[in-house]
Design a protein around this ligand. Sequence first.
Ligand code: AHR
Length: 345
Amino acid sequence: MRTNWKHNELIVIFILTVTIFLAVFVWGLGLFTDIEEEPYVSEETDRIVVGVSQLGSESGWRTANTESVQSVFTTENGYFLLFSNARQKQENQIKAIRSFISQRVDYIVFAPVVENGWRTVLQEAKEAGIPVIMMDRKVEAADQDLCVSWVGTDSRQEGVKAGRWLEGHLRKEGVTEEEDVNIVVLTGTEGASSAIGRSMGFAEVAHKHANWKILEEKCADFTSAKGKEVMAGFLRKYSDIDVVVSQNDDMTFGAIEAIREAGRTVGVYGEISIISFDAVHDALEMVADGTINVDIECNPNQGEYLSQVISMLEKGQEVEKDYYVEEDIFTIDNVTEEVLQERNY
Ligand code: AHR
């Protein structure tokens, strides 16, 4: 009797074990199916799904650029936006783009932190049939064909404008071609197309003037903290700086702090002339009061243009390879109260 009972116990234990094993197996299968199917985007069939990879949030300009994109790719406008901030790291942008591809978005928009190193991931997007649009910065020329279009600013031209302004300024000040003009340049992120373009454009003008001495160009990463640090280093090294070319407003804010802490003066009424780029609100206030001599605008409002490119592509229309946003130059003569009021970034 006792032996029979033991036998039955064993059968019950066996059946229970098999049932639990099968249940876990079936549940596991369900889980894996969910991951592979990525139901997230397929639920969004009636809206245009756009994956945006922003390079970071290093400057006031970048924040405005992000806001411009986020204010356009909204539900009310018929979009579903997947937004990713790469925090200045190319590897994070590549990861984000791969995730957009696996989620089968309709379009990928990205601001490449640097020019090089995109070929593989852009080819993957192309093979998946997803159009990629660059914004703000560009990838290297050889890979631009892997993107359908670009919306941004003409950074080389911005550099040329800075050089031309300096030509006019020196002429007005009566500085002859025989007198040395000592210049230092704070450059943006190494390898970024906007930094490369601005350096190139300024150098084009500088090369025409044998008396313009570029003492040094150094990367300050488009940030205020780095701008201050690099400028303090320049001031320790060179006692005779006449002009600072700072490739964005954030670096300029830091550089001005360093100059003042070194007991020197800046701007229209000071010893060191300041050339800046971006023209965000706080910098324009400093142009108006003479602290910054000139600010070459870099327009961050690119969202509307991007949405127009996408709606053309949706209609099967041909799009241009490049769309340039409008840009101005600001000096003490044209920063009016109205300009300041309108500048909301
Ligand atoms: O690429 C555009 C530049 O990037 C802007 O001048 C700068 O502020 C930003 O960080």
